[in-house]
Write a protein that binds this ligand. Structure first.
Ligand SMILES: C[S@@+](CC[C@H](N)C(=O)[O-])C[C@H]1O[C@@H](n2cnc3c(N)ncnc32)[C@H](O)[C@@H]1O
Length: 254
């Protein structure tokens, strides 16, 4: 298996799953000991997402939101998929403000089990659709699932390049017409890939993400760096992506 030409361990996926099995099902566990950045992370995500879709209930003090030219066309029931959802931190604090129903996808069943408690049993029972336990690269959604938005946060580094491209193709099959995929992840400040043997993941440079988006047939609608994260962490970017005819992708590359 390769990540931009570099061979990764044959046990890349097994080791990743093993690492997460030993992590506490808490916000601190999800954020590698950085629970204190959760609220600033969510604030940045809300600001980003609000460009494309309004929250279900507008906050009392309506902040001025700069709308992107591209808006997700929403119907009666809005539905999102949270990929690498863990205990549902992103779903609870972000996605449920914008979507009536959210499905969860994670490789770790005990995180998914904890999600009911973390999100709150009542809300969970009413608003969480399905909780899929699978690695992203083995996820086999049925064709009748359709989402307005697919959110992938801090999980793409657990996939090889080829599997990430396959997964992003799969996501496009389960998106409603003109739905969005959002990837929020670390990237390296250099042009290089960093690998982490501890949790069996890689951190990609920005250029490699752009390359893989093109290979996946995705157009980059907007990208933004997360502000105010502590120094010493990798920079984090949010990428909003939509399906695109191939001729437009060629011009995106040039
Ligand atoms: C850093 S945590 C982020 C959790 C959540 N997205 C958040 O921001 O709070 C990474 C999550 O990805 C999950 N994960 C790791 N490898 C995965 C894979 N191959 N497929 C699906 N989920 C995976 C882990 O179990 C863990 O819940």
């Amino acid at each position: 298996m390769f990540i931009n030409g570099c061979k990764v361990d044959k046990d890349f996926y097994q080791n990743g799953a093993k690492y997460w099995k030993n992590v506490d099902p808490t916000v601190d566990g999800m954020l590698g000991g950085f629970a204190h950045i959760s609220s600033i992370d969510i604030k940045g995500s809300k600001r980003f997402l609000s460009q494309f879709i309004e929250p279900l209930q507008s906050p009392n003090k309506k902040k001025k939101v700069i709308k992107n030219d591209y808006q997700v066309p929403v119907e009666n029931e809005r539905r999102a998929l949270d990929c690498g959802a863990g205990i549902g931190r992103v779903t609870k604090n972000l996605l449920l403000d914008y979507f009536h129903k959210v499905d969860l996808l994670d490789v770790n069943q005990s995180f998914l089990n904890e999600a009911r408690q973390h999100i709150g049993p009542d809300i969970y029972d009413q608003r969480i659709g399905q909780a899929f336990c699978s690695s992203l690269h083995q996820f086999n959604p049925s064709d009748d699932l359709k989402y307005d938005l697919i959110w992938c946060q801090w999980v793409t580094g657990h996939l090889t390049d080829d599997h990430l491209v396959d997964f992003l193709h799969k996501c496009q099959q389960i998106l409603k017409p003109d739905g969005l995929i959002i990837i929020k992840d670390n990237h390296t400040s250099s042009d290089q890939i960093d690998d982490d043997m501890n949790d069996s993941s890689v951190t990609r440079p920005h250029w490699l993400y752009l390359d893989l988006f093109i290979k996946s047939g995705l157009k980059l609608v907007c990208e933004k760096r997360q502000y105010q994260f502590p120094k010493g962490l990798y920079p984090v970017k949010m990428y909003a992506l939509k399906s695109c005819p191939s001729e437009q992708l060629i011009s995106q590359k040039n």
